[in-house]
Each structure stands twice: as C-alpha cells, then as structure tokens.
Design a protein around this ligand. Structure first.
Ligand code: TPP
Ligand code: MG
Length: 283
C-alpha cells in the first residue's frame, strides 16, 4: 500500500490496448512496494523524453522531468551527478533513444552512470503517427516509408553489450510479472541498467501476434557470461521464424560513474546553497 495516489488526475490519451499502460502499472506497483518497505518516494525521479511513452511523466505522481525528444539520458545523468542519493529512472522511446538520442545512450552505458533506462520499444514513432524508427522491422510500412523501409533494424541488446552496460534485459508488455522483476532488478542494480521493453503500439504497430508465440525465457542462461549474452542477443535475427529471448541477458558489477568521479555527497541544504550560488554568479 502507498501513502499517496500514484496515478495523477491528468486525462490519459494513450490508445486502448497501448503497452504503455502495462509499463505504467508495473512502475506504479514497484514504487508502491518501495514505499511499503519504508523507502520514501521523494528519492525517486522519473525522466522522460517526448513521445507517447513520455506522457508517463504526467500520469505517474512522482518527481519527474519532461525533457526534450532525445535528451532523456543527459538530463538523468545530470540529476544523478548532482544528487547521487536519488534513484533516477528514464522512460525513453525507441525514437527518443535509438535515433535522436543514441549517442547519449551509448555514453551513459560506457560511463556506467547509475541510472535505469526503460525503453518503451514499440518500434515506431507513435506520437508523430507511424514513421519508422531504428528498430522497425525490415519492410515496415509507415508514413515515411510507404513502400517499406529498406533498413535492417538495430539490435539494442547487442548495442548495449558493446557499449559497456552492466545490466541488460529485455521484457515484453504482455509478460507483466517478468517485466516487474526486470525493472525492479534494474532499479536495484548499482550501475547503468537498461531494459528494452517490447511494447505493443495498438495503432501503428500492433505486433502481439508476432511476439507472443515467439517470446521465451531461456532457462539455462548465465547472465554473468558476456560471451553467452552476445550469443543470445544474436539469436533474434528478425527472421519470420525467429524466437525472442526475454530476461536478463547480462549483469556485472563495476564502479559507477559517480563512484569513480568521487562525487561528494551533499545535504539538501548544501545543494540548495550551491544552486543559489550558481544563480547569483550568473547575474
Ligand atoms: C528535438 C525534436 N525532434 C523531433 C521531434 C518530433 N518528435 C516528437 S515525438 C517524436 C517521435 C516519438 O517516437 P518515440 O520516441 O519512439 O516515442 P513513442 O511516441 O513511440 O512513444 C518525434 C520525432 C521533437 N518534438 N523534438
Ligand atoms: Mg516509439
């Protein structure tokens, strides 16, 4: 149980059947459980970009920062550097962080900044009504590719393995219990955590009939083995008969960016004074 209503009164404009509802519900449950164990939700910040996914910052009643499209991760990095005590959760779109913000994603993983990146990967630009993204399948027909895209999709799990992320997982919005475990694991992980969520876009890419029969949880995968994680990431080759592994692909421990920088811990009063000094120095 939670002491506050975790869903705001803002009118929800996601389409019926949108996978964003699942991610929102999952986060709400995780936050409620966190509070029930005596941890304050004032220590949590949600950062989002621009897109359908990003409206989650309007709908979840916790501290949040609605950034620009593609700039979720640099803002989250700044927040974590300024106040290492905060749990910083990014809700990104696939357009948001695999296209315009891709460089930020790679460098955040490389730095091992202790933030959690949840990618609402519906494999389409939802808000702008159906253009292809870097993860859209080959041949995807949308507003900008009426004859079908000629590009092969990038593999986010493989990309994160190459970039140095220390927690890498893939979930699916129709596997809610597992999704909760994966996101909670990412938030608890001390370092950069990444969860690519295959998310149904009810309007522009309703792919449940493709995903549901193909997803599986490999029982024998050892997430401490980088080589096995690479091999597993490669297994989804996007062919029609592909099987799609879900779960934690890779997990390791490594000092976080804050730890290596030796970012000093400051009290709220010291931080407030720091902000005042900064503002005063600009006049
Ligand atoms: C700097 C900037 N570039 C582009 C846009 C236009 N734009 C807004 S949302 C969006 C796509 C969103 O797609 P995605 O990140 O996948 O989120 P979804 O809507 O699918 O959840 C784009 C291109 C913008 N608002 N600002
Ligand atoms: Mg999208």
């Amino acid at each position: 149980m939670t002491g506050r209503a975790l869903i705001t009164e803002v009118q929800n404009t996601w389409c019926p059947g949108c996978g964003n509802f699942t991610i929102q519900h999952t986060l709400k449950t995780i936050l409620a459980e966190r509070e029930a164990t005596g941890r304050s939700l004032d220590d949590v910040v949600l950062v989002s970009g621009i897109g359908c996914h990003a409206k989650i910052a309007d709908y979840l009643n916790i501290n949040s920062f609605y950034t620009l499209h593609g700039r979720t991760i640099p803002v989250a990095t700044g927040i974590k550097l300024a106040n290492p005590d905060l749990a910083v959760i990014c809700c990104c779109g696939d357009g948001d962080c695999y296209a315009e913000g891709l460089d930020h994603l790679i460098f955040a993983a490389k730095r091992n900044i202790d933030i959690t990146v949840i990618v609402h990967n519906n494999r389409v630009y939802g808000l702008t009504t159906g253009q292809y993204t870097p993860t859209s399948p080959l041949g995807f027909r949308g507003k900008s590719t009426p004859l079908g895209t000629a590009e092969f999709p990038l593999n986010p799990v493989e990309l994160m393995l190459a970039s140095g992320a220390t927690y890498i997982a893939r979930g699916y919005t129709k596997k809610m219990d597992q999704l909760k475990t994966l996101i909670r694991g990412g938030i608890d992980h001390p370092g950069f955590s990444f969860i690519d969520v295959l998310q149904i876009c009810a309007t522009f890419f309703p792919a449940a009939d493709y995903y549901t029969p193909r997803v599986y949880e490999p029982g024998d995968h050892d997430p401490s083995r980088f080589d096995l994680a690479c091999a597993l990431a490669r297994k989804w080759d996007y062919n029609a008969d592909a099987r799609i592994a879900l779960g934690v692909f890779y997990r390791t421990t490594f000092p976080s960016f804050n730890e290596r920088l030796g970012t000093p811990k400051k009290s709220p009063k010291e931080r407030e004074q720091g902000i005042r000094d900064l503002l005063a120095s600009r006049i």
